[in-house]
Structure formats: C-alpha cells, structure tokens
Design a protein around this ligand. Structure first.
Ligand code: PEP
Ligand code: MG
Length: 833
C-alpha cells in the first residue's frame, strides 16, 4: 500500500519504519514516494506467494531506481539490511552516465550487481573479492563473474530484480540465526517483518548533491547540539563511515560544513528536524539526500543514545512540554542507569588540562601518581588514593588497578587491557594519552605545555571526557546530575513501593543516602567482625569455655559495635535502619591454615593442639544448613545480647543529637516460632536493662527474616511476634531448590542451556517456586497480623521483575545494594504508571 497521509498503517501490521514514514508524510515533509508491504504480505512472500510486483513498480516514476528497507515492530530486533538501486541495469547505466557522470553510474551498477549477487542470488562473496575500482573494465568483470557463477545473465528487468530482493529479505527474516538474534532481544516468536519500497533520490549529479544524517542532540551526552555528517556525491549511509570528505553540519571552527556548502538545505533540515521533534515527540535522526540543493527525507529513526543521553533527552522533552514527566520516566530503561552512577568532575569547576587521551572508562577520580602496581598497593595500604600510570597494562597490573582510583596509559585503545579491565571494575580510565610524554623509567610524565609531573603529584582522570587534569577539581557525586535528579524526582512521585538499601558500612550507608534510599533494609553485621582488631576478639570469644567468659570477651566488642551503629543511625538521619543479628557459622572466624592456627595459639597463649581441637569440633558437614543464624542466637545467646545492647546504646546516642531513632532488629534463619520467642524475650530484657541504666526510653521493632521454607509456611505463627517479615531470597532459593548457593555455579550453565531452569534462580527470582513461598508467607503473615511490614532483601530485591512481583504481592518495600537503588526507584515508578 502506498504510504500516504490517509493510508491505514500501524506499527503492528507494517512495522515502525513504515509508520514513521507515514507520520513524516502527514507532516508534509519531503519524503520520496514509498510503498509499504505488511507483515502478512512479507510472510506470504517468504512462502512463495508474491504480491503484484508490476503493480508495485507501476506506482513509481517510470525508470526510477528503488530501494527496499526492512520495517519491523522494533528496530532493535535486527533484520535484513536495506538494498539500494533496484532497477539498475545496462540501460540505466548508459542513462545515468549521461546525467550523473560515468564513474558514479559505473560505481552504482557495480555495487548493485555485487549486492544482488550475494544477497539475492546467494553467490559466494569471494568471487567479487578481486574487484575494486569504478572503471568500465571492472564492471564488465563483475558482471562476468556473476554470470559465470549464477549461470544466468544478470537480470535486466526491474520486476525480476524486485521479486528477488523482496523474497531474499523476507526469507532472511525467517532464517534461524535471525530468529535467535531477535528472540535474545526480546522479540516474540511470531514477530513480523514489513518492507518499505521507496523511490531512490540520487545523491549524485549536478548542483549540490549528497547524503547524510542529521539530529538535534548529541548521542553520547544528550546535549542539544546539531550532530551528523554529510558527504557530497554519495548515497546511503556512506557519509557516516567516510572520514575523508565528510562535512560536519553546522558552521564552526572545525572546517567547511554543510551550512557553508548548502545554507538553504541546512536551514530546511533544521526546520524539518525541529518539526519532527515536536510532532513525533522524540529526538529523531534523519537520513536525508540533497539533490540539486533540495532536501529529501528518506527515513527517520529514534536517535541512538547513551544512558546519560537517554536521561537528558527524556527530561528535556518533558521540560519543553513535548511529553509528560510520566512519559519521561517510562522512556528510560532502568538498567541503563547503572552506567551513570559514577563520580564526575563538577562542570562548574576550573579544569587545568594537562593532556587528553581516549575516554575508556567513565567517571572521574583524583589521586597521586604511581608508576607501578606495587607502588599502587603500597599507596592503598597507606589509604592514599593513587592513579596508576603505565605505558600499557598487562594482567600483572590488575592488583595494582584494584588498589588505584583511576588508570592512565600512554598506549592502547577502547579494547586494550586497561580499558576493558577498567570498565569491568568501574574504574575511571584514560588510554592512548599520546598528547603527554611518558618517561616511566625516570618516573615522570611531561604535559603538552611542558609541565613535568612526578610520582606523588596529584592528578585527576576524567574517564568520561578523556582529559587528564592537574590537581583535584571539585567533583559531583554520582547522583547529583541535574537531569538525573529531576527524572528520579518524577519517578518518586509515581512510585508506590518503598526502596531501601542493603548497607553494611558507613560508606554503603552514605551511598544509599546519596541515592535517596528510604532507609537500610539489611545491615549484615557479621561484616563488622572481620576487621583484624575485632577478629582476634571474636576468636577469643569462640575459645571461651563459659557463658560468663564469652560475655566478658564480648564486652570488648560492645563499644566497637555501638560506634558502628551510631554512625549508621547518624548517616541515615532518622530513616529506618534494619540491623540483622549475627548470621554466619562461627567456624568462619577460625584460621584454616597451620600457620594461622599457630599464630592464634600464640595470641591466645594456648597450645596449638587446643586450637586444632576446637577447629575440628566446630567443623560442620554442611555449614550453611548448620549452626548459624538464630540457631546461634538460641545456643550462644551472649552474641545477640551484646549486639542488642550496642544497638540500644547507639539508639540513645544518635537520638540525642539528631532525629529520634527507632531501630529495627532482624533475626536471621528462623524456622520455628519458638526461636523468635526465645530471642525476643532476651532482647526485651536487654532493652529494659538499657532503659533503666540510662534513664532513657526508646522504641524498637523486632522482625524476622523469612529465608527457610518452613518460616514461609508457618508465617502466621511467626508473625505474631514480629513487627515485620523480610524475605531473604538468597537462602530461600538455596533451600527451596536444595541447591547450595556456593556450589550452584558448577552446573548452572548446563542446567540453563538444557532448559531445566529458565534462568539462574540466584539471579532472577524463581517466581513459580520461591515466589509461591513468598506469596504464601506474605498472605499467612498478613492474615495473622494485618499491619505487618513485608519486604524482600535478597539479591533479587533490585531486579525490575522481582520488584514487579513484590509490588503485586502487596509488599511495603524492597531492599537492594546501594548502587541498584536508582534502578529500583525507576523500575518501581514505571510499574505504577
Ligand atoms: C538472604 O539469604 O537472602 C539474605 C539476604 O541473607 P544473606 O545473603 O546474608 O544470607
Ligand atoms: Mg540469608
């Protein structure tokens, strides 16, 4: 069907390209005549039922060349490439030689024969390998190669050519690899392909002729900026690939531009693009041809964009009242946000640029220059941030990279070792900094302006811009970009499920605050005991023979824990902080090597045999299902007593100079209500004791982690004693499947490959099984105590699909790692819109 303003085209019957071209036609933009073939028509073509080809050809100007472009519902699903110049033959070659010039006509014909030979006649591409050039002899050789291989004359008739092209494109869509590719990108199995046949406008010829792409925003930053390329005497997307001869669009200091070459065409393009932005309500990239100074729009596609640009574009469209804030929220893919969550140099800060290189890994960091991995590790041990400067990096440098805040190399490109590892680690990185002179042996770098930098000097690596800066300009913390903040504020206005963070340290808590988490949903306290000064006390406690002996050792940990909690409460400024009581099996704190055991014997002044005996005693066959979590709380209650006291004393401390704190205390690995009763009565007793000792009142909330199947099944009993239930889906997945979370990796890929599990259930929550337990636990808990708070705190908590599940099940909040918080906030908002 011809694409006219009135035609009845929809994305789900003719594909996005056809629909978009129709919109452009409706806007009265100069689109060459086009005909759209529907999904059904293309499906029929793939099965050998051809439409009326003569009828299609008859809709175009007689003697015109045509092109055929794919049009699926979503351009990300891939599909066959466009085929240009259908209709090219000996007669056209002669005709175009007179109008476009002999070379241009010969080049067009040669390229078409090759494209047709490879994609339609399915000839071996190698047969054309030896031919380059645009002369008549080469064309003759190419035609001869075609004829020899295909055993037929190159078809001269446009109807035959168009039939072949349509059939090959339709069949390519049905091929196995195309199906697999688009399935991986989320296409449904019955995704259709439409095709658009369009009259070619020649980018060759008299006057200003050429082709290019044009857009109103910068693809990587999202800034409003005319971007694109134009190449005179060209066709297709050649302008983009061609460095030589391609012009920038807008007049600036970089050299001659399209604005200089064809000011009228430039102005027309600008006006067309602005109209498209307004009416299509999106930033569009225009593919255009200029023929004798006149602009033609061949195609419009959504501007491809980085994560940063996606946020800025959505926010600016909403700020310009082109879309609503809700639509802006819907337009950013939540997982994309992870790319934005790095520190940046404050755009307002003075930049003292020493040199530039390739911006290989985003984010910015400041540190002292070190020239070797060993120096980097020494610097990290002194807690001095350092920038590792190398000619290039190799695997031996990885430990040094871990110890550095940023990396700078003289050599390399986007896929060099430093670039790949830096991006993987989220470490700001600049490679190929050839504007600096590196003399690593003499321990110096010489800046472009002659300044000499030595080991120990402070520099800043801006891995987003590729600039190496002197000193330490002020930085913006990741969450402080203006567009990002606006988008998140719009998201929060829509969201109807809470988002907290899992945070174990003050640094984590600060990150959580920066990302506007609504509290801490899980603080795993055991991480606080691995500090060397505390580890030895823990070990002493493990070796204590009596309850009072244990309690007196724990007294020494009490002030340290109190400080930990006071800091967390202060950082969170009155927001809820949920502290989980000690969870892991105690043997994790004992040394496993003979050397370590010897050192412990010395430290505790006991014979090594006593150490090895205790280690042997504590060994468990399956420690993750052994003496851990609440089982320790019941059998070695002094640890929980100490932690409860530390929490309450910190509550009083932090409430004194800040917002009142109501701590949440969470009991791990519960499977029976009696466990909760026992722990609760001891914690209540500690609370009473602290209240009377300090003469201060405080509140607290005691809750239970539901992470064993029995806790979910008996949630009604457990809820009676709990203010909240938090589902720990890591352990719950482990126990529901009977599958060790530490050993599952050995066979997980085989299981996923063979379709036993659709995904790794430790990554993507198993809604059918584990999810069923969540729903059951939630409804039984709520039935027993209607106001009980429900949440999830396993690693699944930050995944958009688990958030959807929890929201559906009526949960109050999800808790996830601090860097996932923005992703979760956006995903939750999208569910509510
Ligand atoms: C869980 O089991 O889901 C959980 C959050 O606890 P951890 O990962 O510490 O066992
Ligand atoms: Mg757990």
């Amino acid at each position: 069907m011809p694409i006219t303003a009135k035609a009845n085209l929809a994305t789900d019957s003719h594909g996005g390209r056809a629909k978009c071209l129709q919109r452009l036609v409706r806007l009265d933009l100069p689109v060459p005549h086009s005909v759209a073939l529907s999904f059904d028509a293309v499906h029929a073509i793939a099965n050998g039922v051809m439409p009326d080809i003569a009828g299609i050809v008859g809709q175009f100007t007689s003697g015109a060349l045509l092109c055929v472009r794919p049009s699926s519902a979503d351009p990300d699903w891939g599909g066959p490439g466009a085929v240009l110049n259908v209709g090219m033959n000996d007669a056209q070659h002669v005709r175009l030689s007179n109008t476009l010039g002999h070379d241009a006509a010969t080049a067009l014909y040669s390229r078409f024969v090759q494209a047709y030979g490879i994609h339609v006649a399915r000839l071996d591409p190698d047969i054309f390998d030896d031919f380059s050039g645009t002369d008549e002899d080469t064309l003759r050789d190419i035609l001869a190669a075609y004829e020899a291989e295909a055993d037929e004359r190159f078809p001269q008739d446009i109807e035959t050519q168009l039939t072949g092209v349509l059939r090959s494109m339709a069949r390519a869509w049905d091929g196995t690899s195309a199906r697999l590719l688009r399935a991986a990108r989320g296409a449904p199995p019955d995704a259709g392909l439409g095709l658009v046949v369009q009259q070619m406008i020649s980018g060759f010829g008299q006057g200003e002729c050429g082709s290019g792409v044009f857009q109103l925003v910068n693809t990587s930053t999202g800034a409003a900026q005319i971007t694109g390329r134009y190449l005179s005497q060209s066709q297709g997307r050649e302008a983009l690939g061609a460095g030589a001869g391609a012009l920038y669009l807008e007049r600036d200091e970089r050299g001659r531009s399209l604005e200089d070459a064809a000011p009228g065409a430039f102005a027309a393009l600008k006006a067309h693009a602005a109209l498209m932005r307004q009416k299509l309500r999106e930033e569009m990239q225009i593919e255009f041809v200029i023929a004798d100074g006149k602009v033609h729009i061949l195609d419009g596609v959504r501007v491809p964009r980085s994560a940063h640009a996606a946020v800025r574009i959505a926010v600016r469209l909403a700020s310009d009242d082109i879309i609503t804030p809700q639509e802006a929220v819907m337009r950013v893919e939540p997982n994309m946000l992870t790319e934005l969550l790095h520190r940046q140099v404050d755009p307002e800060a003075e930049r003292d640029v020493l040199g530039t290189g390739i911006a290989a890994s985003p984010g910015a960091a400041t540190g002292r220059i070190v020239f070797s991995a060993i120096e980097a590790q020494a610097s990290a041990a002194r807690r001095e941030p350092c920038v590792l400067v190398r000619r290039e990096t190799s695997p031996e440098d990885v430990r040094g990279m871990h110890a550095s805040v940023a990396v700078l190399t003289e050599r390399g490109g986007m896929t060099s070792h430093a670039a790949v590892i830096g991006r993987g680690m989220g470490l700001p990185c600049i490679v190929g900094a050839s504007s600096l002179r590196f003399d690593t042996r003499a321990g110096q770098i010489i800046a472009a302006d002659g300044r000499v930098l030595k080991a120990g000097d402070i520099i800043t690596i801006d891995g987003s811009s590729g600039e190496i800066l002197a000193g330490s300009p002020s930085m913006l913390e990741p969450a402080q970009d203006d567009a990002f903040q606006r988008l998140m504020a719009w998201a929060d206005a829509e969201r109807d499920i809470g988002i907290r963070a899992n945070a174990d340290t003050p640094e984590d808590a600060q990150t959580a605050r920066n990302f506007n988490a609504q509290g801490i949903g899980l603080c795993r306290t055991e991480h606080m005991f691995f500090d060397p000064a505390r580890l030895i006390v823990m070990r002493e406690m493990i070796f204590a023979e009596t309850s009072s002996g244990r309690a007196s050792v724990l007294e020494r940990l009490l002030p340290m824990q109190r400080d930990d909690f006071t800091q967390l409460f202060r950082i969170m400024e009155g927001q809820p902080v949920c502290i989980r009581l000690f969870d892991p099996p105690l043997h994790e704190f004992l040394p496993t090597t003979r050397d370590g055991q010897l050192q412990l014997a010395e430290a505790l002044d006991i014979p090594i045999s006593a150490v090895t005996r205790r280690v042997d005693q504590m060994r468990e066959h399956n420690p993750m299902l052994g003496l851990r979590g609440v089982r320790l709380g019941v059998t070695v209650p002094e640890i929980y007593d100490m932690q409860a006291r530390a929490i309450f004393e910190a509550t009083i401390e932090a409430s004194r100079d800040g917002a009142p704190v109501v701590p949440e205390i969470m009991i791990p690995l519960v499977s029976a209500k009696r466990e909760v009763e026992l722990v609760k009565s001891r914690i209540d007793a500690v609370a009473t004791a602290v209240r009377s000792e300090r003469g201060q009142d405080f509140d607290y909330r005691l809750g239970v982690m539901v992470e064993t199947p029995r806790a979910a099944l008996r949630a009604q009993d457990i809820a009676a004693h709990a203010a909240f239930l938090s589902f720990g889906t890591n352990d719950l997945t482990q126990m529901t499947y009977g599958l060790s979370r530490d050993d599952a990796g050995r066979f997980m890929s085989a299981y996923v490959q063979q379709g036993v599990f659709p995904e790794d259930p430790f990554h993507v929550m198993d809604q059918d099984g584990v999810g069923e337990l969540l729903k059951l636990g939630a409804s039984r808990g709520r039935a027993a105590k209607p106001g009980i708070t429900l949440s999830i705190c396993g690693e699944h908590g930050g995944n958009p699909e688990s958030i959807a599940f929890c929201r559906e099940a009526g949960f109050d909040y999800v808790s996830c790692s601090p860097f996932r918080v923005p992703v979760a906030r956006l995903a939750a908002a999208q569910l509510a819109i």
